[in-house]
Design a protein around this ligand. Structure first.
Ligand SMILES: CC(C)(COP(=O)(O)OP(=O)(O)OC[C@H]1O[C@@H](n2cnc3c(N)ncnc32)[C@H](O)[C@@H]1OP(=O)(O)O)[C@@H](O)C(=O)NCCC(=O)NCCS
Length: 421
């Protein structure tokens, strides 16, 4: 038996657009070998990660989120102002306030949406998707932009080999749109288990322990993690959350064509496959190239899965995540939009998307010094060095008023033959 995602208002919600953004610079396991006592062999065997992306000095969570979001809007065939609500899931916001979503709204050229951030760590995108689904099916919004974006490399201790090897930067997004036609089977499961609250956490900078010279000296502005406990929780909860979402959709694991899991560790993903008695060939994995990008992980993988031909109309897919909190979330759904629409993302020029900068405030060295030193020592890199190493990017001192904001971040849809960048 299958249950459509019926709503009291008789409205259905479906994903109409998708997009992603990954910074150009790459940190390989060999680079990390030069920073901490680790090895490519250890990292690949224990995690499956081979490389991860690192944001350039001028990039922020908001700038990456805005590019991914603009691409998702273009793929949906919409204009930025068609979006009623913008949700940005992140644990690495540009600032504590304003929200990253507010900065994204202006950067993509939207003048009318409500905008807010969602804090559920690595499960954040799934929580934000669930929120978007609720808004749309309740009739409160017609189009919701849901972004997962993270700039984790600025919150890592590059002397702690147990965490710095795991994480990377990036962003992914979808548009959730109202539809009068039934959307097919749909199920959502969200859980929060606070006994894991201090298994992955960032101690300082909040009201319990505001940032100070002392908290910085103690390294309390970096992510801390109990790897083994987190691993245990992840293997248990990913399979149970996915199964709950699948059953809520009236389906069984055998009905699922593709699972897009949180990309934390390939051994965790293999355990999920075993738990669901599900073949690895039907699980999408890209963590070898991106590492764990937290809230960006699922939408980055989803966009890549769709654009690489792994999803077709009518496929039943599941996306599932876990993270600090401990949180977990899963969605089972039927894919209903032509994957060829992904080519429209090529119409978005990332360089035309600018995030408003503060007036009379200059940021300092956004790249962690240890990371910058490795990048600089490596010799030629695939992005201009000025863009990567510490230093004031040229535009950082430009008053906000003179930073151009594009009138529209998503021009007319491109021909289907164009490949998204
Ligand atoms: C972090 C993780 C990869 C560590 O793998 P593990 O097999 O559990 O390894 P352990 O923590 O038991 O450490 C085993 C040994 O490797 C060492 N080690 C840890 N990191 C290392 C590294 N980068 N390179 C080399 N050795 C390392 C440890 O110090 C330990 O040494 P010891 O036995 O001499 O004490 C794994 O626990 C994990 O993936 N946990 C979940 C993390 C996660 O998903 N976090 C994000 C949640 S969204």
């Amino acid at each position: 038996m299958t249950l459509p995602a019926a709503s009291p208002a008789g409205r259905w919600a479906r994903i109409s657009g998708w997009g992603s953004y990954a910074p150009k610079a790459i940190i390989t396991n060999a680079d990390l070998e030069r920073m901490v006592d680790t090895s490519d062999e250890w990292i690949v065997t224990r995690t499956g990660i081979r490389e991860r992306r690192v944001a350039a000095a001028h990039e922020t969570t908001a700038s990456m989120a805005a590019v991914a979001g603009a691409r998702a809007i273009a793929v949906a065939g919409l204009e930025p102002d068609d979006v009623d609500l913008i949700l940005v899931a992140t644990l690495t916001p540009d600032y504590w306030m304003p929200s990253t979503a507010a900065l994204v709204k202006e950067a993509i050229g939207n003048t009318r949406a409500a905008a807010m951030d969602v804090a559920a760590a690595c499960s954040g995108f799934v929580y934000a998707y669930a929120t978007a689904h609720a808004y749309v099916t309740a009739g409160l919004a017609r189009h919701v932009l849901v972004v997962g974006a993270e700039l984790l490399t600025r919150f890592l201790d590059y002397t702690d080999r147990s965490t710095c090897i795991l994480f990377g930067d990036g962003a992914g997004a979808v548009v959730v749109s109202a539809s009068d036609e039934p959307s097919g089977p749909h199920g959502i499961e969200l859980t929060t288990e606070p006994q894991g609250a201090y298994m992955i956490w960032l101690p300082a900078g909040g009201s319990k322990s505001p940032s100070s010279a002392e908290t910085v000296a103690r390294g309390e502005h970096f992510i801390r993690m109990e790897g083994r406990e987190t691993y245990r929780f992840a293997t248990k909860t990913l399979a149970s959350s996915a199964l709950a979402a699948i059953r809520r959709a009236g389906l069984e694991p055998g009905d699922i064509d593709l699972v897009v899991p949180h990309q934390a560790n390939v051994r965790i993903i293999e355990a999920v496959a075993k738990g669901l008695d599900f073949p690895m060939e039907r699980i999408f994995v890209n963590l070898d190239r991106y590492g764990n990008t937290s809230a960006a992980s699922v939408p980055l993988a989803l966009a890549e899965a769709v654009d690489s031909g792994r999803v077709k109309v009518g496929d039943r897919i599941v996306f599932v995540a876990f993270g600090a909190g401990f949180t977990s979330g899963a969605v089972a759904m039927e894919w209903s939009v032509d994957p060829a629409n992904g080519a429209r993302a090529a119409s978005v020029d990332p360089d035309a998307i600018r995030v408003r900068l503060p007036v009379d405030w200059n940021s300092v060295d956004p790249i962690p010094p240890a990371l910058a030193a490795v990048l600089a020592a490596r010799g030629p890199v695939d992005v201009p060095l000025d863009d990567v190493v510490p230093g004031e990017p040229a535009h950082a001192s430009v008053p906000a008023a003179s930073v151009p904001v594009p009138a529209s971040a998503s021009p007319a849809p491109a021909a289907p033959s164009e490949v998204p960048s």
